[in-house]
Design a protein around this ligand. Sequence first.
Ligand code: SF4
Ligand code: SF4
Length: 137
Amino acid sequence: MTHIITSLCVRDRGCIDVCPVECMIPGQPINEWPWIYIDPDTCIDCGACVPECPFAAIFPEDEVPSAYTAKGGEYISRADLTGHFEGTNHHGGPIVLDTAKQLEAGEVVDFTPDIQPNYDFFKSGPGYSAKDIDNGM
Ligand code: SF4
Ligand code: SF4
């Protein structure tokens, strides 16, 4: 098993530094790969990243919610969305996303389609090479 980062991820980077096997990689280019991605072949399922995420975006693979009920106000970020999100990340740097959408209270979201991109990022996407062009965003 592995842990999975879902589209609740807004790249605040709180999780990356705690991973003991350094398998959490910021996606690049951001508009195509807007999250941080977990390498499923390297993740040891330690769970250390989960409490570090202020946006509760990380789940064990078999606990990714298929019917998440939004509290209202939280953002999701997916490559096919076009909304704007700005914030400050865990290191005090800027977050700017143009792949965001703010959820309304009671909106129900299936996050299980977010599982596969964690695999695809390392199989057919940039994978660890994205670290070479990481700009801290
Ligand atoms: S569960 Fe552990 S090994 Fe897997 S990504 Fe999170 S911190 Fe890294
Ligand atoms: S802490 Fe959460 S929101 Fe921040 S990069 Fe990690 S998964 Fe994404």
